[in-house]
Design a binder for this molecule. Structure first.
Ligand SMILES: Cc1cc2nc3c(=O)[nH]c(=O)nc-3n(C[C@H](O)[C@H](O)[C@H](O)COP(=O)(O)OP(=O)(O)OC[C@H]3O[C@@H](n4cnc5c(N)ncnc54)[C@H](O)[C@@H]3O)c2cc1C
Length: 481
């Protein structure tokens, strides 16, 4: 037996590494096991490198529209794909180096290899079945290796991977997952994106801005189907204005592969099958938890639909074993993983007043153009729950800052409980709304009412003023529209 820890965490993504740091802060002897890349999917293949790609798209878009801002750019502007991808990969590398640094700083041991639970309180780490990511920052000097390790508490934070539809499995060449879509060797002329959740629509937005002909096929009646229907419809119109083709209530039933293109058979809403040819296709039909080969079955750890079942504090049904992040179920978001990590570790450490996870207060952000952000109940869900509501709306076209920025296409929608005035949900589409949403998240966390929001002073000129105006509108008091 190599080492004895208070806490061992399997997986160093935003769930795992944050759990490790919080555990170390609380004086617990902690180790984190990683088999592929410190910092997990989020920093290496998810949140951060996509935002780097989307930033390049945003700069390209601005440069292409420079004359709208009174600027003359000499010569032509065109994307240098290799440099764009290199920038994104460089940022991913910097992020995983950052987590290595944080582990060292917090005296958390890093164990390199593939972990499996052998019994409560024990794991075996063997040689990784995955090829470590390239480029990767150097691992901390005292990184440990294969062996048996024990801990009073073991947290499973193994994340998720792309889900595949039977018969339409990604092959990495013609049908991509987010891994291949992140590092295209060359720009396709046309692209079919299957699935319009956050991952699909962010890639659709990136490639469209890069000049690629993009077609999105979504089985649900709206793009980004978890969002409020009005916000999804608004975003869809903007995507279509940019030249994206979007088919809703449509599904890819079959894909014929050619030498350098695919023909997707798409069953449209009316039942007719249309054949769509594209150079490449992205399968973005969701992710599934990494629950295999962890020894979960042998220990009797309950799973449901590919994820580990936990309570509000990350506890599984087996004492001493916990799960957090994507492997513990939706919403599969980095900030949800991080928050679950803190709750779980604080509960392990016996801290008083640890609040269980409240999933209704987890914001969701999509960094397409225009951006989309939301928290709380949609209008449809509030109604389905039988709530008597007031709804406010405010458009960006009536906001001075948005107009000055040349970003007047957007809106804010707020939903209140009619009786108590409690803010139940907020839904935004437009420039920088992924930054704005946090105002409403804080408000919801403090169980704010319309009155407190109306008494809050929002700085001028900012797009955030649309948030207040939306609140005022819910009560028939909007000032600038
Ligand atoms: C393209 C894309 C864009 C995204 N954009 C966003 C975004 O903008 N905002 C957002 O909030 N979320 C985003 N996400 C989701 C986000 O990346 C995940 O929710 C987050 O990474 C989950 O964190 P985690 O710690 O649960 O798991 P992960 O980040 O997946 O980390 C799990 C780690 O465990 C390791 N591991 C697995 N099994 C073992 C084992 N047996 N032994 C040792 N190590 C193991 C893996 O190698 C991995 O490093 C995006 C995801 C993708 C794919």
């Amino acid at each position: 037996m190599a080492e004895n820890y208070d806490v061992i965490i399997i997986g160093s993504g935003p769930g795992g590494y944050i759990a490790a740091i919080r555990a170390a802060q609380l004086g617990l002897k902690t180790a984190v096991v990683e088999r592929e890349h410190l910092a997990g999917i989020c920093s290496n293949w998810g949140c951060i490198p996509t935002k780097a790609l989307l930033r390049s798209a945003e700069v390209l878009h601005l440069a292409e529209h420079a004359k709208n801002y009174g600027l003359k750019l000499e010569g032509s502007i065109s994307p240098d794909l290799k440099a764009i991808v290199e920038r994104s990969r460089g940022i991913a590398q910097r992020m995983n180096g950052g987590v290595g640094f944080l582990m060292k700083k917090n005296k958390v041991d890093v164990i390199w290899g593939e972990a499996k639970l052998t019994k409560p309180g024990q794991i075996v780490v063997s040689k990784s079945s995955k090829k470590p990511m390239e480029p990767q920052a150097p691992l901390p000097k005292n990184t440990l290796g294969e062996g048996t390790y024990s801990a009073k508490h073991i947290i499973v934070a193994t994340g998720a991977r792309p889900r595949a539809l039977p018969g339409i499995e990604p092959d990495g060449k013609l049908i991509w997952t987010y891994f291949e879509a992140m590092v295209p060797p060359e720009m396709p002329k046309s692209l079919l994106v299957m699935g319009s959740g956050a991952i699909g629509i962010e890639f659709a937005s990136f490639y469209r801005t890069m000049g690629v002909e993009v077609t999105v096929v979504e089985v649900m009646p709206a793009v980004m189907p978890v969002e409020d229907a009005e916000i999804s419809a608004f975003a869809k119109k903007q995507f279509e204005k940019q030249g994206m083709k979007i088919h809703l209530e449509a599904k890819v039933t079959k894909v014929e592969k050619g030498a350098n293109s695919v023909i997707a058979h798409v069953e449209m809403k009316d039942g007719k099958v249309e054949k769509i040819t594209a150079d490449r296709m992205i399968s973005a039909v969701g992710v599934q938890g990494n629950i295999e080969n962890l020894g979960l079955e042998a220990l009797g750890i309950k799973t449901d639909r590919g994820c580990i079942v936990i309570d509000g504090y990350g506890k599984t049904n087996v004492p001493g074993i916990y799960a957090i992040g994507d492997v513990a179920g939706p919403p599969m978001l980095a900030h949800k993983a991080e928050h679950e990590a803190v709750i779980c570790v604080e509960k392990i450490a016996g801290l008083p007043n640890v609040h269980p996870m409240d999933k209704l207060k987890i914001p969701g952000c999509t960094y397409c153009n225009p951006q989309v952000a939301s928290v709380g109940l949609t209008e449809a869900r509030a109604k389905a729950e039988g709530k008597d509501i007031r709804v406010g709306r405010f458009p960006f076209v009536a906001n001075g800052k948005a107009i000055a920025l040349g970003e007047d296409q957007g809106m804010v929608k707020t939903i209140f409980d009619k009786k108590t005035g409690q803010l139940l949900g907020a839904h935004l589409v437009g420039a920088e709304v992924t930054e704005l949403i946090q105002g409403f998240v804080v408000a919801m966390n403090l169980e704010t009412t319309e009155e407190e929001l109306m008494h809050t002073i929002f700085p001028h000129p900012t797009i955030s003023e649309t948030m207040k105006e939306s609140v005022l509108d819910a009560y028939g008091r909007a000032l600038n529209a």
